[in-house]
Design a protein around this ligand. Structure first.
Ligand code: ATP
Length: 246
């Protein structure tokens, strides 16, 4: 049986004025997969995720999500289709409590889903992120960096993602906390069946939880394959030697 493709990115190019950030990028993510998008600073990873979620308009190419063309749609329309972007720098609402941040995650479908379903989702999220349950009344801005990252991901889960885009969830975290966050992403897939496209600088750790990976360099995909094969790839090993999280 053919695997169901959640997102298909076809020949996508993006420019910021004279700077071409993406140049003919094609990739896909199948249902239930965790796919890692790897690359150095400035390679175009964030631009790619922002284009998928409608924040940036491509100059060329096509985006197909659940067999529907979404190229050029506004971010607001895209998130309503349960394509959810958790941006880098863990942007939580710092003056709101943990619980209110989670409710905000369900904003786009609250009316449709109803209170009971949303409460049930919060219960499930708390099972996966017990620390957020412990801190549910605490202001989000007073959580530790790792806890804020968990909240940012949990808020994304509250939006009932068919596809979750995670932009560097371990950025700035201590290695042990970074490992914990990536393990949670893996758990998320197990518990909720969430499909994930993940940007990471921690190449080894992210390939360990991913099924497949793509390497992007100067706006182009230069390598792709099964995560276990990429893990053994000599060029990747050489390019990323010295990273601290394993
Ligand atoms: P990092 O890992 O450092 O976040 P990245 O792989 O996510 O990098 P992008 O942020 O997508 O890379 O940047 C790709 C290229 O586009 C870079 O050359 C960057 O300088 C450029 N760029 C990104 N945003 C803008 C912008 N708003 N205006 C102009 N150039 C930009």
């Amino acid at each position: 049986m053919k695997e169901e493709t959640i997102i298909e990115i076809d020949n996508l190019s993006v420019s910021y004025g004279p700077i071409q950030a993406l140049d003919g990028v094609s990739l896909h993510v199948n249902k239930g997969e965790i796919v890692a998008l790897l690359g150095a600073n400035g390679a175009g990873k964030t631009t790619l995720l922002q284009t998928v979620s409608g924040l940036i308009k491509p100059t060329k190419g096509d985006l197909k999500y659940l067999n529907e063309r979404i190229t050029g749609l506004e971010a607001e329309q895209i998130v309503k289709k349960h394509l959810v972007h958790v941006p880098e720098h863990r942007q939580v609402f710092s003056t709101l409590t943990v619980l209110d941040n989670l409710y905000l995650g369900s904003f786009h479908h609250y009316k449709k889903s109803g209170k009971n379903e949303v409460e049930n989702d919060i219960k499930k999220v708390f099972e996966l992120f017990p620390i957020l349950n412990e801190r549910k009344s605490q202001l989000a801005g007073t959580l530790s960096g790792g806890q804020q990252q968990m909240l940012a991901i949990a808020r994304g889960v509250m939006a009932k993602p068919e596809l979750l885009l995670l932009d560097e969830p371990t950025l700035g975290l201590a290695p042990i906390v970074a490992k914990e966050v990536l393990e949670l992403v893996s758990e998320l897939r197990k518990e909720f069946g969430t499909t994930v496209l993940l940007i990471e600088q921690n190449v080894v750790s992210s390939l360990k939880i991913a099924d497949r990976g793509y390497v992007i360099s100067h706006g182009e995909i230069v390598k792709s394959g099964m995560a276990n094969v990429l893990l053994k790839d000599k060029e990747i090993k050489e390019a990323y030697l010295g990273q601290t999280v394993h």
